[in-house]
Design a binder for this molecule. Sequence first.
Ligand SMILES: C[C@](O)(CO)[C@H](O)COP(=O)(O)OP(=O)(O)OC[C@H]1O[C@@H](n2ccc(N)nc2=O)[C@H](O)[C@@H]1O
Ligand SMILES: Nc1ncnc2c1ncn2[C@@H]1O[C@H](COP(=O)(O)OP(=O)(O)OP(=O)(O)O)[C@@H](O)[C@H]1O
Length: 314
Amino acid sequence: MTDLRLAPRTGREVRVRAPGKVNLSLRVGPRRADGYHPVATVFQAVSVYEDVVATAADDISVSASGPQADLVPTDDQNLAVRAARALAARTGIADGVHLHLHKGVPVAGGMAGGSADAAAALLACDAFWGTGLPREELHEIAAELGADVPFLLMGQTAVGSGRGDLLTAAMSRGEYHWAFGVRESGLSTPAVYGEFDRLHPGRDRLEADGDVALLHALRAGDAPALGALLHNDLQDAAVELAPDLVETLSVAEDAGALGVVVSGSGPTVAALGRSRQHALVIAAAMTAAGVADSVLTASGPVPGARVVAGSDVL
Ligand SMILES: C[C@](O)(CO)[C@H](O)COP(=O)(O)OP(=O)(O)OC[C@H]1O[C@@H](n2ccc(N)nc2=O)[C@H](O)[C@@H]1O
Ligand SMILES: Nc1ncnc2c1ncn2[C@@H]1O[C@H](COP(=O)(O)OP(=O)(O)OP(=O)(O)O)[C@@H](O)[C@H]1O
């Protein structure tokens, strides 16, 4: 038997898991001078996960696996690489790291998979390099990387304002069960916001207080009320760019979903079920009708990015 104490230490790994999200409500105001739109949103983190594994390397590099891994850039455009570089710059670290992304969240699907990778990479590198940044500083770097990134660090349920990066935790009771209809060809977030501008030229303000009833439904654990209040100002724009979504939405509705909404900038369709079993029924209906390239079921809310294991690899 090998004496592990004498075995050469060839590497250490840190493993971080981060969830995807659905916007239970997304209200969008007029485009600002910096190109961003003010939003009022309620995020819920759901149990569709990105797993990011940090191991030793000379430089900062990334690889990806999962059903849509071929759609993920592996150069400096990758949000996980950008996150690692941003943390290194902030802390003066000159070490390398390799980040492997096990992608469970649909790519370019409106569920913030890339943002989840960025959040997970920040935590993974912080643990791997031992930089130990306070949560607020990680949040600041996250906000620089993208509007959705801070929420994937935080997880659970939160109200987002500003670009979606200013967060307040929201109370939520119980578990909500979702079916997601996924498309292989994604939608570009800037293109969807651009289409929103085209469809709403007269929009002059953000309706920021429209979610009082939705937040009440969450506090009460009232899934039927929540379902009826799901809302997305970007939905028309996503449907304009991907007209087939109308059928996906209506198949999920006909399967008895409590509510159906396009997730974020789309094209993933999120349908709220009455139970875990009902979410499976809705997913099966979308598959049977051929209105999604694949389906997922998940529940929420779940925690944000967290270290799930850090170990010596022999
Ligand atoms: C649609 C949502 O997922 C809803 O949570 C987010 O608003 C998008 O967040 P994200 O993908 O993290 O967005 P970023 O990577 O920061 O920005 C990408 C692009 O989306 C547009 N964008 C994004 C967020 C926002 N509040 N207004 C915008 O207009 C801008 O064109 C921006 O250049
Ligand atoms: N780690 C990454 N994983 C996936 N895509 C990435 C990553 N880094 C950069 N990208 C690029 O970002 C684009 C959008 O990817 P992502 O999966 O985050 O979309 P999304 O879920 O629609 O985002 P959001 O909901 O935050 O708007 C991809 O098409 C890809 O080119």
